[in-house]
Design a protein around this ligand. Structure first.
Ligand code: MN
Length: 213
């Protein structure tokens, strides 16, 4: 069974603008991209994705990654996504799986600390991953606690901080838009999307929305 089968079964591609499952042909160069998508579905969460052998291994992180080693963040492993998904920013129609607004919140490249094979590290349930993103930088451990539940824990390095990156940089790395702005421009639910934006950003987007009517 193709690892994108679950992704395909959950979605109606005549309804959602999300990319159709397309697995890159084997023998292609395996890249080391990572992306974090901010997603206001039923709950606001951050989808963390790592490129591994032509697909995106994915975790839903309710509060996003913390650069503070004292703060552990829960991550739930979810179905593999196609590589094309890394560039997806827009609106999934209400009623469809994951209905809501999606933002490309961070992107970059990653390395495993150990130089180990990513697949076997995932199988073992312990990855030490170094991120070179626009927002997230440095090393985290991603450790499975049970079933689909994992924890992200920051390693001590020069990127340790008590800042909350989701609050100080809430907008898209691709388009600099807030969730409300994405919803407004892509025909989504602006009010719902705005609940995922910090307060100051929220009113600005709402003002813009009013003035374009
Ligand atoms: Mn999601």
């Amino acid at each position: 069974m193709n690892s994108l089968t679950t992704y395909e079964r959950k979605r109606h591609f005549d309804q959602t603008p999300e990319p159709r499952p397309r697995r890159l042909r084997k023998g292609g160069k395996s890249g080391r991209r990572f992306v974090v998508q901010k997603h206001r579905a039923r709950q606001l969460h951050y989808d963390f994705r790592l490129e591994v052998d032509g697909v995106l291994k994915s975790w839903a992180v309710p509060k996003g990654l913390s650069p503070n080693p004292a703060v552990k963040r829960l991550a739930m492993s979810v179905e593999d996504h196609p590589l094309d998904y890394a560039d997806f920013e827009g609106v999934i129609p209400e009623g469809e799986y994951g209905g809501g607004t999606v933002m490309v919140w961070d992107e970059g490249t990653y390395e495993l600390e150990s130089g180990e094979d990513v697949k076997s590290a995932i199988r073992k349930g312990e990855l030490k991953v170094r991120l070179k993103g626009k927002k997230l930088k440095g090393s985290w451990a991603l450790v499975r606690i049970r079933d689909r539940n994992w924890l992200f824990i920051k390693h001590r390095d020069r990127y340790v901080s008590e800042d909350e990156p989701t609050e100080i940089s809430p907008t898209s790395v691709l388009t600099q838009r807030t969730l409300a702005e994405i919803a407004s421009e892509e025909g989504g639910n602006v009010k719902k999307a705005a609940t995922g934006d910090p307060r100051g950003f929220r009113s600005k987007a709402a003002r813009r929305q009013r003035s374009t009517r």
